[in-house]
Ligand binder design. Sequence first.
Ligand code: NAI
Ligand code: MG
Length: 334
Amino acid sequence: SKRSITVIPGDGIGPSIIDAALQILDHAGCDFHYDYADAGLMALEKHGELLPQATLDLIAKNKITLKGPLTTPVGGGFTSINVSLRKLFNLYANVRPVVSFEGTKSRFENIDIITIRENTEGMYSGAGQKRSDDNASAEAMSIITREGAERIVVFAYELARNEGRKKVTIVHKANILKSTSGLFLDVAREVAKRYPDIETNEMIVDAACMNLVMYPERFDVIVTTNLFGDILSDLCAGLVGGLGMAPGANIGKDVAIFEAVHGSAPDIAGQNIANPCSVILASIQMLEHLGMQDKARQIREAVRKTIAEGKTVTRDLGGTASTTEFTQAIIANL
Ligand code: NAI
Ligand code: MG
């Protein structure tokens, strides 16, 4: 029987780029069954809640989800749906690869960096949020646990080993954030000792920003805490042609959710001009996670070829093609 995948089309540009990715999976002969589920603004309008129970049930049932970006309404006390999903399913590892494609408008070639972002703790723990009544002060709690730090760093080294990568860079701010970043760095150093076959580097986050922009080719795998990972992964997207080229996987023990790094892009929604590569590359991560390496390679090659030809690409890549035309060109190259 066919493998079932939960599909959340999402908000804004989500439905159009998710549709592009599914068409490509189908044309590549992946033979999945798709269970569609609502989340985000669309779910709020249809069902009165951002994250309906039926959606959570489908995510849990199929274990694998391909998800479009979700709009979290500003105000009204809504917590981010993405943060909720990551916490509910304990999706502790956020894996964000960026790879250069010839033909994008990026300043660099040969970039191949994976940022492994801790996805449940740190500044995004959500704990202790408060603001004084007179708005004179605000506070929030950053939480790092030994267990949380250890599992993400182990994840990064295991990934490096499995993918034949050479170097892990631990990014931190232990000189200033002595308790939280300090514990993260201590644990990371302990874990690093267990992987003598992998080169380990340490870098303070501000220096990492400068080095990523000046010498991105020096980076291989980056492992870091939640907030730093969020920011550095967008920086990395900028090294390879922008958010339209940046996928991400949220991985837990049982459940995994594959998505674009970017949001619902309300400024270009409904215009059929979004770059679908972010979710197409996320679906490639999904295939690799499922052990379907041949299909993953086949689709990646079609994307590579289409961008290198440069005739039929979206605006963010310097072309004039619509989302639909770009998708058709990739399918023709499959
Ligand atoms: P955004 O990531 O949606 O857009 C930033 C800029 O990048 C915009 O100019 C947009 O047009 C462009 N862009 C993004 N994806 C693109 C693509 N595939 N092709 C071409 N251009 C692309 O960030 P923004 O505007 O700050 O957030 C909009 C909404 O998305 C918010 O409601 C936010 O909460 C949500 N969001 C959701 C995320 C998720 O579901 N994982 C992640 C980040 C934001
Ligand atoms: Mg982000």
